[in-house]
Design a protein around this ligand. Structure first.
Ligand SMILES: [Zn+2]
Length: 308
């Protein structure tokens, strides 16, 4: 190799080394700068995600507040013991019978003065037609099964005084209170169920009790007992007795034009015509469209002859 070649070779080598150095600097530069750029991009993205999450958390918190408020409203409404005060947007709203069975004729068969030797026959007819009813009972020993069957069959068991002897029940305010307490305890002991409904012997409009009836209404309130009268009379207690057809006609005529029909009937030993009439009444009314037989409950419209 002569000196010229040697010089060219050296220059070529120098250029290669220079190129190689630049390349190394570029590679190093790339690996140093790129992670920083990536970090900046990731940081920006993280920031954005954080903001989105904060937004979601604040929305969840608003929803939780609304839910808590609704639950508080629901509890407050339930405490008022007034189903109609529950607002419609609360899911657990209690419907009245009129709302639940809107468009139906709502029939509330009620039987006073039982139990008797006819109680099981009445219950059999109700069972046969899948109709529910309400029994306002007095105290009678030896009928424990009947009191309990009324409840077990899905009917309402209400109170109708302990003795049904007017001169005791309506002797004075104290006499009335004692009588209510006695039948209340009697029914609770026999059935284990706390009574909620009461029917005055002779109805709330009876003229036997001469003093201020507000005292009696107040006492029933204190006992958490709601009294219920009737707006259809079967007249099955008419002196001398009516035939099954006559009783049924009284009821079928009486329910005409009414949406809520609280029918007064009797459950007594000498009233087997009532049992026969019951079959005619239910089968006739069930032939019509949209008729339903219901027990009296907290959701039932209150039929009262007189009130405070
Ligand atoms: Zn009675």
């Amino acid at each position: 190799m002569d000196s010229l070649d040697q010089q060219k070779y050296n220059e070529f080598r120098k250029k290669r080394v220079k190129l190689l150095k630049r390349l190394i600097i570029l590679v190093i530069g790339f690996f140093v700068v790129m992670p920083n750029i990536m970090c900046i991009i990731l940081f920006a993205k993280l920031n954005k995600t954080n903001k989105t999450l904060e937004n979601i958390y604040s929305k969840i918190s608003i929803l939780e507040n609304i839910k808590t408020e609704q639950m508080a409203n629901l509890n407050a409404d339930a405490d008022t013991d007034d189903a109609s005060s529950l607002t419609k947007d609360v899911v657990l709203k209690v419907q009245t019978d009129a709302e639940e069975y809107a468009g139906y004729k709502r029939i509330y068969l009620t039987f006073d003065d039982g139990p008797s030797n006819n109680t099981n026959a009445i219950l059999d007819v109700l069972d046969e037609y899948n109709a529910k009813a309400t029994f306002f009972v007095i105290a009678k020993n030896g009928y424990e099964e009947e009191y309990n069957r009324i409840i077990n069959d899905g009917h309402t068991l209400g109170l109708h005084s302990y003795s049904h002897v007017y001169k005791d029940v309506y002797s004075d305010e104290m006499g009335f209170k004692n009588d209510v307490n006695r039948i209340y305890d009697f029914v609770e002991n026999v059935t284990g169920v706390t009574p909620k409904f009461y029917r005055f012997p002779g109805g709330s409009s009876n003229t036997i009790y001469k003093s201020d009836k507000n005292e009696l209404f107040d006492y029933l309130d204190e006992m958490n007992l709601t009294y219920v009268d009737w707006n259809v009379a079967s007249n099955d207690s008419t002196y001398g007795g009516l035939s099954a057809n006559q009783i049924a006609n009284n009821v079928l005529n009486g329910v005409e034009g009414l949406d809520d029909c609280v029918i007064l009937m009797h459950d007594a030993n000498d009233k087997s015509s009532t049992v026969e009439a019951l079959r005619i009444i239910i089968s006739s009314l069930q032939c019509e469209d949209n008729v339903i037989f219901l027990p009296i409950t907290d959701n039932t419209i209150r039929v009262k002859h007189i009130s405070k």
